[in-house]
Design a protein around this ligand. Structure first.
Ligand code: NAD
Ligand code: G6P
Ligand code: MN
Length: 447
């Protein structure tokens, strides 16, 4: 059977992840053929550097694909089947502020969790709605696969403000952790595992992991994780060939302390910010946060390599590599385009998937995906510990969205106060007032 060729626009063409995703798409053309690839960004200069290199890569490796980079929404969003969206409203300059402002008060600042994630959410909602509206205007049948963060807040906002839109929010953290689990188990691929999982984005637990024959793999994994977190055997022995930055190495190790809270399940790494916020603050350098690390490493490496390719006009010896983890994006797009019924973890309206949880909360659960979109799989009732945590966190996320919709200072103060990461209402207010000042070009005016 010949597969219908697809037309894609990558929104956030200037993202540091774009080259890895393009190379991943090129590696998967047999499974997901592409006729047109476009980049869209609102920063022409940043996008051009990635686009100039991409143009050369495509000419050399898949010249049949039509490629174009643009800042014009009509040109970008017309005649597309999929919008792959990873924008960062405010870019790294604002991520740095999200991380550093709370640290002035001894509170951890993080990209997607706590006050940092709340600040980023208040910037992201408008940016994601804008591209969703462009898609619906110029390609009403298209689907948007969104991984712009903070995905939990963005997903809640889009589900409330654009309830009928064809947008699916996804995260690569479970994919990355499952990749590590497969290594611990000695499996070739994480796809040999069938998982049950529930939670919010960056806030969830695996409850069951089996091989394709139904054998229970949880006991072996739990034995490993309670001792080593998600550090792999080869990392422990120092024989791993995967490069990993110190902050991620720390996170994967810290996962063991997160696992201890519920010995029967396996946690998402992001729960560390909620269970051990003081440890995270102590472990961070308020003068040099993750944003600095990313700017000094990933951003420098990606842009200098793109510029080098553009200068020498060939990508034959390019050091850019396909982001294999990002192949879940192809799995998702394929599932919709060709009705493959792939089972994947997605962020979707609960609607009973977690029986004893808010029907309107956006949860991360396994879904079967076909051309009609995701069908969530029921995960039953959850224990009081997780339910309590999730109720609190979903309220934080919903208050942020309401603060954005209503321009409400009070609701944003409540959201910050309710976050497990912020110690009290006074500190919440101090952080909020500083964040308002720093975000005045991005947030709605709060009254
Ligand atoms: P980046 O700053 O390198 O790239 C983001 C790009 O978005 C920039 O080129 C910027 O100009 C552009 N942009 C900002 N606002 C825009 C708007 N309104 N319209 C169009 N373009 C806009 O950031 P990055 O580190 O490469 O990350 C990109 C995004 O992907 C972030 O939101 C990040 O959190 C997210 N991400 C998500 C996952 C996940 O699991 N869901 C995984 C990795 C990265
Ligand atoms: C994981 C998460 C993403 C997050 C990223 C941060 O992949 O799932 O949601 O954006 O980590 O990575 P960074 O390298 O930018 O700190
Ligand atoms: Mn994520």
């Amino acid at each position: 059977m010949t597969l219908k060729k697809q037309s894609i626009v990558v929104a956030g063409g200037g993202s540091t992840f774009t080259p890895g995703i393009v190379l991943m798409l090129l590696e998967n053309l047999d499974k997901f053929p592409i006729r047109s690839l476009k980049f869209y960004d609102n920063d022409a200069k940043r996008q051009k550097q990635v686009a100039d290199a991409t143009e050369i890569i495509i000419k050399e490796r898949a010249p049949e694909i039509e490629f174009k980079a643009t800042t014009d929404p009509e040109e970008a969003f017309t005649d597309v089947d999929f919008v792959m969206a990873h924008i960062r409203v405010g870019k790294y300059a604002m991520r740095e502020k999200d991380e550093k402002i709370p640290m002035k008060y001894g509170v951890i600042g993080q990209e997607t969790c706590g006050p940092g994630g709340i600040a980023y959410g208040m910037r992201s909602i408008g940016g994601v709605l804008e591209i969703l509206d462009y898609m619906e205007k110029y390609s009403p049948d298209a689907w948007m696969l969104n991984y712009s963060n903070p995905a939990a807040i963005v997903a809640d906002a889009t589900s409330r403000l654009r309830p009928n839109s064809k947008i699916i929010n996804i995260c690569d953290m479970p994919v990355g952790i499952e990749h590590r689990m497969a290594e611990v188990l000695g499996l070739k691929s994480r796809k040999e595992m069938v998982v049950r999982y529930y939670g919010l984005n960056h806030f969830g637990w695996w409850t069951d992991i089996r091989d394709k024959d139904g054998n229970d793999l949880m006991p072996q994994l739990i034995d490993w994780v309670k001792e080593h977190g998600y550090v792999t055997p080869s990392e422990l022995e120092g024989t791993s060939d995967e490069e990993i930055e110190p902050s991620w190495a720390y996170t994967f190790g810290k996962a063991k302390e997160v696992q201890w809270l519920d010995p029967d399940t396996l946690p998402n790494t992001y729960l560390k910010y909620y269970f051990y916020p003081q440890d995270e603050a102590e472990h961070s350098d308020p003068e040099y946060t993750r944003a600095n690390e990313v700017m000094d490493h990933r951003e420098k490496n990606v842009f200098s390599e793109c510029n080098r390719i553009a200068n020498i006009k060939t990508a034959e010896d390019a050091k850019l590599v396909a982001d294999d983890h990002a192949s879940y994006i192809v799995d998702l797009a394929r599932a919709i385009a060709y009705n493959t019924k792939e089972r994947m973890l997605l962020i979707v309206p609960n609607h009973g998937a977690v029986e004893n949880f808010d029907a309107e909360g956006m949860v991360e659960v396994p879904c079967i995906v076909g051309s009609q979109g995701p069908e969530p799989m029921t995960q039953g009732s959850i224990p009081r510990f997780q339910k309590g945590l999730m109720e609190q966190q979903v309220a934080v996320e919903k208050l942020v969205v309401e603060a954005w919709m209503e321009g409400s200072y009070q609701k944003l103060w409540q959201a910050l106060t309710l976050s497990r990461i912020v110690p009290n209402a006074r500190v919440a207010k101090q952080i909020l007032d500083d964040l308002i000042e720093a975000n005045k070009d991005f947030w709605p005016v709060l009254k």
